[in-house]
Structure formats: structure tokens, C-alpha cells
Write a protein that binds this ligand. Sequence first.
Ligand SMILES: O=C(O)CCC(=O)C(=O)O
Ligand SMILES: [Fe+2]
Length: 215
Amino acid sequence: MPLALPGAELALEADWLPPADAAALFATLQTAIPWEVHRIRLFGRELASPRLSCWIGDPGAAYAYSGAVFQPRPWPAALLPLRARLREELGIDFNSVLANLYRDGRDSMGWHSDDEPELGARPVIASLSLGATRRFLLKPRRGAGGRLALELAAGSLLLMRGDTQQRYRHALPRTAKPVGPRINLTFRSIQPQAKPDRSRGARAPHPGRSEGPAG
Ligand SMILES: O=C(O)CCC(=O)C(=O)O
Ligand SMILES: [Fe+2]
């Protein structure tokens, strides 16, 4: 289903994975992914991010950041059929995934755009949600534009493309409601030949991302 947000290109497919498959994948990934705490920058300070994460991808999907090259973790077998299906449906062979585990309502992701130079100017990002339903927000980076709040339920696939990252930020705010754990997988295409643009210095690629306070 396309979602109306001026200047953005968004589509949400609610039952991309049937509930039983989504539940099985969630259980598998809780242990199959080597979860770790990534560092983020908030107002110029480096902090532990409020969630667990893992950068997964092809060997060529390494990225350079602050003079170091980060190698992605290998693909867990359980993610390979998803990659193949996305390749069939979208014609895109995503070479990397950022996995995030939100342990409960206190875990979150602050306002950011997925606009790292390695992703190219108009990235296509496919975001699969598993586990607990959480609210996902979009707001314009500057000037006019709409706002959107989406409830991302298990098995749903959100596609962000076109100028979505250039025009909008998104966030997954904390919630005081009691919620169980949620896993989100954002499939991405890292362009190996694209060097990070150091003239934009302040902006870091994953996982040293720049992110505002949640929600
Ligand atoms: O958890 C989500 O739904 C959003 C994740 C996200 O924005 C990201 O990984 O860049
Ligand atoms: Fe994001």
C-alpha cells in the first residue's frame, strides 16, 4: 500500500511474511544474530545506543568510518531466503542488512535519515519488522512536508525510496506501554566503490550514526 507523504516514496505491505513465518524467524534471529551494542553520536558525544544491533552483509559491503574499515558479519542462513525474495520482487540484490533488537519499550532509535554516502543519493531501503508492534515516525528534515506515524507489526515490510531520506527523518520512539521485544531488519545496498565524503565529516555511516533524541 503506497503511503501519502509529500516528496517521499513509501509503501507498506502488512503481511509480507505470514504470522507463523514471522514468529519463527523472530525466534531464530534472536539467537542466530551476534547482537552487540553499537556506539552513536548524540549532540557530539559518543554513547551506547539504546538497543542491540548487528551489521550484516557481503564482504564487499564493508564501510569506512573515521579512518577504520568495518567488516560486516556474515549472513545468517535464515536471512538468505528473504534476500532472494526481495531480489525477485524488487529487482534489487541488497548486499547488507542492519539488524536492530529493541528489547522492550525503553529501547528506541532517535531521529535520523539513512543518507550515508555509501548508500547512494536515493537509496532503496526495505524494512522488515518482527516481534512486537512499535510506532515508526516520519517528519520533514526542513520546510514543508507531512508527518506520518505507522504501527509496524510483525511481518510487515516498509519500503522507503526516492527522496525519502533526503526529505525526511524517521525515528522509533520509546514507549511507556509494556511491549515485548522487536527485531527490525533494514536491507540496504552499500556501493563498495563509493568512499564516504569526509567533507561532510560530521555525518557518520552505520553504525557510528548521528541520531537525535528518540521520538
Ligand atoms: O526499527 C525501525 O523500524 C527503524 C530502523 C531504522 O530506522 C534503521 O535501522 O535505520
Ligand atoms: Fe533508519
